[in-house]
Design a protein around this ligand. Structure first.
Ligand SMILES: NC(=O)c1ccc[n+]([C@@H]2O[C@H](COP(=O)([O-])OP(=O)(O)OC[C@H]3O[C@@H](n4cnc5c(N)ncnc54)[C@H](OP(=O)(O)O)[C@@H]3O)[C@@H](O)[C@H]2O)c1
Length: 254
């Protein structure tokens, strides 16, 4: 059964969330659905997690669709676009969430480690946006929402590749926002601080404790705390916001 009107009123809106098999992407997909959107769940290797995301949304009465694609591979992303449009008909909201990290000090970083992180995190945003941009222009209020990182603003030791990719997303967001204004497509980024997903849980515990001491709120964020900001940006209430980066980091960087 369809839900009653939600605060962000995304009923009738169609979204695609990359990397929605777990973590922040899963929370974004479920939150958009809880506000009434129908959602395509993209994943790479986590088929089980993606099915779980989709089944949860369907139980809530929202339509969903799952599609595997390596976002770093343009042809794969193009195939995803064709299948999504054939089966789903329309995309109003693109959330470029999928990302990864391979952390090591710059002196030890190999060209392959640099390339892989840049190709997933930054080429992936280019590929997905490139293939869907004409479809988003067809929407009366298209939305591109990119997940950057606080690290793209502040830098971080051991994350030269990751920080460069996340800073690149911010430049991409600002430039594309200017180009898309005339089509009523807004382009924004969210820059999370440290959020309690696999990405942070994989950091050695002693380092996690050190990071916690640097966060004024004294805790890691919840994926849902990012997802609600994305839902707001996706909604018609955010109609006058474009080219911005919203920091959600518990005061870690002000
Ligand atoms: N957690 C944090 O503290 C934090 C902070 C700032 C920014 N972020 C950003 O937030 C986003 C989500 O992070 P997270 O913490 O939720 O990470 P996560 O738990 O590691 O999940 C990463 C997601 O990205 C997908 N993915 C990875 N490579 C992919 C590829 N080549 N093609 C398609 N999907 C791919 C994964 O899919 P499969 O599992 O299906 O492979 C998974 O769904 C990332 O962009 C990350 O950089 C996270």
């Amino acid at each position: 059964m369809k839900k009653e009107k939600s605060s962000f009123e995304l009923q009738g809106r169609r979204a695609l969330v990359t990397g929605a098999s777990r973590g922040i992407g899963k929370a974004i997909a479920l939150t958009l659905a809880s506000h009434g959107a129908d959602v395509v769940v993209n994943y790479h290797s986590g088929a089980e997690g993606a099915c779980d995301t989709a089944m949860t949304m369907e139980k809530e009465g929202e339509e969903s669709w799952i599609y595997p694609a390596d976002i770093s591979d343009f042809d794969d992303v193009m195939k995803m676009r064709d299948s999504v449009m054939e089966n789903f008909g329309r995309i109003d909201i693109l959330v470029n969430n999928a990302g990864m990290n391979i952390d090591t000090f710059f002196t030890k970083m190999t060209p392959e480690q640099w390339d892989r992180v840049l190709s997933v995190n930054l080429d992936g945003v280019f590929n997905c946006t490139k293939v869907f941009i004409d479809d988003l222009k067809e929407s009366d209020q298209g939305r591109v929402i990119n997940i950057s990182s606080v690290v793209g603003v502040t830098g971080n030791m051991g994350q030269v590749n990751y920080a460069a990719s996340k800073a690149g997303i911010i430049g991409f967001t600002k430039a594309l926002a200017r180009e898309m204004v005339r089509y009523n497509v807004t382009v924004n980024a969210v820059a999370p601080g440290f959020i309690g997903t696999d990405m942070v849980q994989n950091i050695p515990e002693v380092v996690q404790e050190k990071i916690l001491k640097t966060i004024p709120m004294g805790r890691f964020g919840e994926p849902e705390e990012i997802a609600e900001v994305v839902a707001f940006l996706a909604s018609r209430r955010a109609s006058y916001i474009t080219g911005t980066v919203i920091n959600v980091n518990g005061g870690y960087h002000i």
